[in-house]
Design a protein around this ligand. Structure first.
Ligand code: NDP
Ligand code: PMR
Length: 395
């Protein structure tokens, strides 16, 4: 049993107070049960669209249908056309479950933006998604060329962009050494943050052009990047520091592979990338919400302990993590349920508020959650934005 527990407890784990201010300080003065309760209750581009199909998109439907009216609307109301949503990393886990939830309403055409066509096609089929409700387009977030190619292909597809969901992620908890993206950025921050940063910047004008009643950009965050929670206090904790590593390009050569300039730690790199995701969402909101009306949102969908995210973890962890989350922390959520939650953030008419980090309580009701001090720091958000712009070639 000791061995089993050890698989879940990082060697440096302790509940020692960290001298954090305000929001963080309540954490250690309460029982685990109390903490668990709160954790769960806790310029537009003018380029014309080229109509027609080019390589890069596998159409699941036989006819390239123009998004269509799907339902008879109540008299006097305009009928709503089928929305188009791009979901990155829709070949498994949360992305797939969200794609399924949206596709089966018939109101959405899901573009599954995936690095592995075949896997995505098999996943869509086994999820029972109807051919006319999805397409697959190639996207490898670990290559900025691939991101740019995806954006070109998308524009050529002639589809409008109504919602973009930045969902894909990688997690390397046991890696001793960093690995890198095509451009030489540490792979987890490079994929989870920088790839999505470029993608969403390049697609912003497509979103802006959409005539859909509620256009949205959603970047998936997580509790583990938020140090105002128990989960976010499991070492190694997220911490961007002064971002000297990010400023240097995270290449592990003349600079650290870690954002804060420290030694490589795969688990920390993932959590740091999630902080970047949540900060980026807020910076988008500050810069663009008022002018564009686009809703920018992030979320923690719950602990989906069974997904491929943990594929690089030791087998013992993968065995114990689901029951630990189900029965001990009670933070567990199934892939289906998590997919419904993210689908809500995509399409629920009541979730249009911008700049929000959504979470769900035990009854699966959504609420606006509080981000940690670091993950809500406007100065850090601006700095992440400006440094990232340079790294991806936008500034
Ligand atoms: P999965 O591993 O099941 O899904 C991740 C997806 O990202 C896969 O489809 C994967 O593709 C894709 N992906 C990875 N690298 C790339 C790349 N270079 N280019 C394109 N796609 C890529 O994990 P989850 O479903 O758990 O994770 C989805 C999101 O949910 C992540 O943002 C994660 O941070 C977040 N999250 C997850 C939680 C959990 O408990 N699982 C909790 C909180 C947040 P492929 O299939 O080819 O590997
Ligand atoms: Mg965590 C409220 C308790 C809670 C929640 C909701 C999570 C979610 N975790 C909680 C508590 C704990 N975890 C505790 C007390 C421990 C020490 C035993 C613990 C350990 C732990 C590990 C080793 N937890 C983990 C790991 C991982 O490797 C996962 C991770 O950090 O991935 C980055 C993880 C997670 N815990 C979560 C969630 C959602 C994760 C998954 C990853 C994510 O944020 O996307």
């Amino acid at each position: 049993m000791a061995l089993q527990a050890a698989a879940l407890v990082p060697s440096s784990f302790s509940f020692a107070k960290e001298g954090k201010s305000g929001k963080d300080s309540g954490l250690f003065g309460v029982s685990l049960a109390d903490q668990l309760k709160s954790d769960f209750s806790c310029s537009s581009l003018k380029s014309k669209r080229e109509i027609g199909f080019r390589n890069g998109e596998i159409r699941a439907e036989t006819i390239a249908a123009t998004p269509s009216v799907t339902r008879a609307a109540p008299a006097g109301k305009k009928t709503l056309r089928q929305g188009t949503v791009v979901i990155t990393g829709a070949s498994s886990g949360l992305g797939l479950a969200t794609a399924k939830a949206l596709a089966e309403t018939g109101k959405w055409h899901v573009i599954m933006a995936c690095r592995d066509f075949l896997k995505a096609e098999r996943a869509a089929k086994s999820a029972g998604m109807a051919k006319e409700n999805y397409s697959i387009m190639h996207l490898d977030l670990a290559s900025l060329d691939s991101v740019r190619q995806f954006v070109d292909n998308f524009k050529r597809s002639g589809r409008p962009l109504d919602v973009l969901v930045c969902n894909a992620a990688v997690y390397f908890p046991t890696a001793k050494e960093p690995t890198y993206t095509a451009e030489g950025f540490e792979l987890s921050v490079g994929t989870n943050h920088l790839g999505h940063f470029l993608l969403s910047r390049l697609l912003l004008d497509e979103l802006n052009k959409s005539d859909y009643p509620s256009k949205r950009l959603i970047i998936v965050g997580s509790i583990t990047g938020n140090t105002n929670t128990l989960a976010g206090n499991v070492p190694p904790k997220a911490n961007l520091g002064d971002m000297r590593g990010l400023a240097g390009g995270l290449n592990g050569l003349n600079t650290s592979s870690m954002i804060d300039g420290g030694d490589f730690d795969g688990a920390k790199a993932y959590k740091d990338s999630k902080v970047c995701n949540m900060l980026t969402m807020q910076e988008f909101h500050r810069r663009y919400h008022e002018d564009t009306g686009i809703t920018f949102a992030s979320l923690y969908p719950g602990c989906i302990a069974t997904t491929g995210l943990f594929r690089e973890h030791i087998p013992l962890f993968r065995t114990l993590f689901p029951p630990f989350q189900k029965y001990i922390t009670k933070g567990y959520v199934s892939e289906d349920e998590a997919g419904k939650r993210l689908a809500q953030v995509v399409s629920d008419p009541s979730l249009t508020k911008s700049g929000v980090y959504w979470s769900w309580n035990k009854d699966s009701a959504s609420f606006e959650n509080q981000l940690s001090e670091e993950a809500s720091d406007p100065g850090k958000a601006r700095k992440v934005w400006e440094l990232s712009e340079k790294l991806v070639g936008l500034a």
